[in-house]
Design a protein around this ligand. Structure first.
Ligand SMILES: Nc1ncnc2c1ncn2[C@@H]1O[C@H](COP(=O)(O)OP(=O)(O)OP(=O)(O)O)[C@@H](O)[C@H]1O
Ligand SMILES: [Mg+2]
Length: 86
């Protein structure tokens, strides 16, 4: 499953929602959060959480590129084993 949180309007809770949703998904299975925002808030939050000794329980990577969908599809991440293949 892939979910995208997208809005051109700033400050509407995208990053906050992404963390909450990823927290929930992490409880169901392996979860990767991809920060596509050049501002890098999600990655910063992830770093700060780790520095405070409470790391986010899911993996966060930063990929602020327009073709992130292509890069992800070609990456080793797409070839990772799936817990529940079709
Ligand atoms: N459901 C909510 N209720 C109240 N405040 C919220 C809620 N979700 C987010 N906020 C607050 O709104 C502000 C903006 O949230 P957030 O950084 O997640 O938005 P964003 O859309 O990712 O912003 P940006 O466009 O800068 O990336 C933050 O101060 C956050 O704490
Ligand atoms: Mg944000």
């Amino acid at each position: 499953m892939r979910l995208g949180l997208v809005s051109s309007k700033g400050g509407t809770g995208k990053t906050t929602s992404a963390v909450s949703i990823a927290m929930g998904l992490h409880r169901l299975g392996r979860t990767l959060a991809v920060d596509c925002d050049p501002q890098g808030s999600l990655m910063s939050w992830s770093e700060e959480a780790a520095e405070q000794g409470t790391p986010l329980p899911f993996t966060v990577v930063s990929m602020p590129t327009r073709d992130v969908h292509v890069r992800l599809a070609r990456s080793v991440l797409a070839r990772a084993p799936r817990a529940d293949p079709p």
